[in-house]
Design a protein around this ligand. Structure first.
Ligand code: AMP
Ligand code: MN
Ligand code: MN
Ligand code: MN
Length: 287
């Protein structure tokens, strides 16, 4: 099988491995083409590209943009983006500035619950001091003994109704899709099964996304239970969206490993269909 994984994180965002180590792990796991999709930053792509060239793997430049839509947070993956495009670069920088301000409010909220020092603590877990996220807080909370594992940290803290959770306004769906498209990329809705939308709301999201020029949706992701794959494959087809596949890898001891997912259902149209950089891989002799 052709192993294409189009969603993963390095320590440029909330993963633990440096970009080159993410690429090496993907290669060791038999991945033929990998998209590095750090949250709200493209700073890892240059190093990932060099590492991919060295092992003969195809690196797809990517990003995962945090968006507010319908009062909820939605993640939009950009694939085949130009990481130097000024609109994208400026837009992502704005989101990262918002993250720093949000982190201060998160820490203040934790402090009200008797947990002091969270801002500095989380900062210590962030290799990229511009990209501070809930995962960094969660790792610190676990290390401090406030939770026994990441799942527990997110169950007791950092999530709606719990200490450390604060409302935050990310960028708009229109901006995220617009920056991705302006930079030559394809916009893909990340892990649709994770959003707290009912069916009607999800359909509204897909309609709005398509109207803005969005083209794909993740069907096979580490965030979906295998029993959900069929539902999202059907939804992709019904809404004329191409299907993507990605583990959403963050760390060797958290979640699903890079490239270790089932293939897309045969009736899906893959996002990578027709990508020139994959022409050799997609030729009939390989497929
Ligand atoms: P942020 O963008 O800073 O709000 O953080 C979102 C990130 O937190 C996601 O990309 C995941 O990496 C992580 N995350 C969210 N919920 C959970 C959870 N329940 N368990 C583990 N990690 C989670
Ligand atoms: Mn993450
Ligand atoms: Mn995500
Ligand atoms: Mn992700």
């Amino acid at each position: 099988m052709l192993n294409i994984d189009l969603h993963c994180h390095s320590n440029v965002s909330d993963g633990v491995l440096p970009p080159a180590a993410v690429v090496a792990r993907a290669a060791a796991n038999g991945v033929h083409a990998l998209a590095l999709t750090d949250h709200d930053d493209v700073a890892g792509i240059a190093a990932a590209r060099i590492a991919a060239e060295a092992v003969g793997m195809t690196l797809i430049p990517g990003v995962e943009i945090s968006v507010s839509w319908g009062g909820k947070t939605v993640h939009i993956v950009g694939l085949r983006i130009d990481p130097a495009h000024p609109d994208l670069v400026a837009g992502l920088r704005g989101i990262r500035l918002g993250r720093v301000e949000r982190a201060q409010r998160m820490a203040a909220d934790l402090e009200r619950s008797g947990i002091a020092g969270a801002y500095e603590g989380a900062f210590g877990y962030a290799a990229n001091k511009e990209m501070l996220g809930r995962t960094h807080f969660a790792r610190w909370l676990v290390a401090q003994g406030h939770a026994s594992d990441m799942r527990g940290a997110f169950r007791r803290y950092l999530t709606h109704g719990n200490p450390g959770y604060v409302e935050h306004e990310w960028t708009s769906l229109e901006n995220a899709v617009g920056w991705i498209r302006a930079s030559g990329g394809m916009a893909v809705i990340a892990h649709p099964g994770r959003y707290p939308f009912n069916a009607r709301e999800l359909h509204l999201l897909l309609d709005a996304f398509r109207a803005l020029g969005g083209e794909g949706i993740e069907v096979i992701t580490g965030s979906h239970h295998p029993s959900e794959y069929g539902k999202f494959a059907d939804l992709a087809r019904a809404f004329g969206l191409k299907a993507s596949r990605g583990a959403d890898f963050h760390a060797p001891d958290e979640g699903i490993d890079i490239g270790r997912l089932p293939a897309l259902p045969h009736y899906c149209q893959p996002v990578w269909q027709g990508w020139p950089e994959l022409a050799d891989l997609l030729s009939p002799s390989m497929a």
